[in-house]
Design a protein around this ligand. Sequence first.
Ligand SMILES: Cc1ncc(COP(=O)(O)O)c(C=O)c1O
Length: 434
Amino acid sequence: MTKINPSEDKTNHLPYLKYEENLLHINNRSILNIIKEVPTPFFIFLPKRFEHNYNHLKSAFDKYIPSTRIAYAIKANYLGRILQHANGLEMTTEAMSLFELLLAERAGFSFDRVIFNGPAKTQKELEFSMDKGIQYLNIESMNELRDIENIAEKKGIVQDITIRIHPRLSEETEKKLLIKKNSKLGIDYDRAMKLYKYAKNSSNLKPKGVHVHVGTNIVSHDFYDELLEFLNDYIKDLSKKHEIEIEQLNLGGGMASKSKLDENGFNLERYAEQISVGIDNIENITVLLEPGRYLIEDSFIAVAKVLRTKSSWGRKWAFTDIGANTLIPMRYSNYEAIPLEYKGEGPYCRIGGPLCLPVDVISNESVSYNIEEEDRLAILNCGAYTLSMSEQFGYPRPAVYELKNENELRMIKDADNIQDMVEEAFNFKTESLL
Ligand SMILES: Cc1ncc(COP(=O)(O)O)c(C=O)c1O
């Protein structure tokens, strides 16, 4: 149940939000006042929160492993403006396709600050990234390794590579992972040894690192203890069996949003310390992190209008104009809807979107505040895996605005246009069908 009571503020895990005189304020300005008559639904990107999340992570790692590279995972939210902010903060970035490599390039990332992941990279993608001098190339199969070797041979270079492995973890931990050992991602650690050996014996490959990424929304220090113990042994094995001295350790993404970590008492300094203690000779190793959700999830708010309310089977429903085609209903979503104007307590109410689809509900909890048609709601924690996974499912995708100077909105992505959507559906040549 999301209980909103302005006198007992429930937004304390997002310190930039506060109710004052029943109006939701961001950075001390009423949101209703900032958004004025901007047509709903739309997203607001909060660059200050994005920067705050980054700085918090960076300062935690500066204390224990200052050479750590923080790579924003483009797949979490690909918008150019976010990438420009990430580049401005001198982050590294993580891409999984040619599209994302091109976005990284366009945002100004040089390819010594780009990580390229993916289980099925094409020849074209490999050649493109290697032409640009990709620094961090994470591979998942022997054939991919051979293709990289051939390209490197033709170019007369030695290409650094990292292998994405699936770690050995206790059965109990393994069960909780999003990406399990028999999933399509990563490669089992025994098989990976063979790839390392192959790369070690090649004159055009240099095995530099180990990469793991096994989940999202992680809030557990115990999980990292277990993972780090395995990785430390694995790195020692690589040295003992194949004389490979690992120089890069990529721990992937997977951290929950900053606000969720705070709620669960997960401490980023402790995480950095765990790595510095858990991995031998950490001073000779570059640590890489690939956070997506952590950086962007709580740096976005959606603003939606309640279109209809109804009561059925003893339950009240409110339907907003933003739906599951953009607020993707994933197991790990943390959406939370709160009113821009609090009008007191009302009957418990579930909030859904406008789609004719049963999964189109904004959060699984009922809210206890009074909610009426035409009310506007803020939907929190909606920056990660929403726009980047959005689909055209009967509705246009919303516009995105950036909050500038605390109180000005500037459009950074236009909404889909319904007439264009109709044109696109009829974009074929009638003659060719006859
Ligand atoms: C290889 C890799 N790194 C990083 C990420 C980002 O994960 P998260 O948003 O949970 O931090 C993903 C997400 O799927 C991924 O596949």
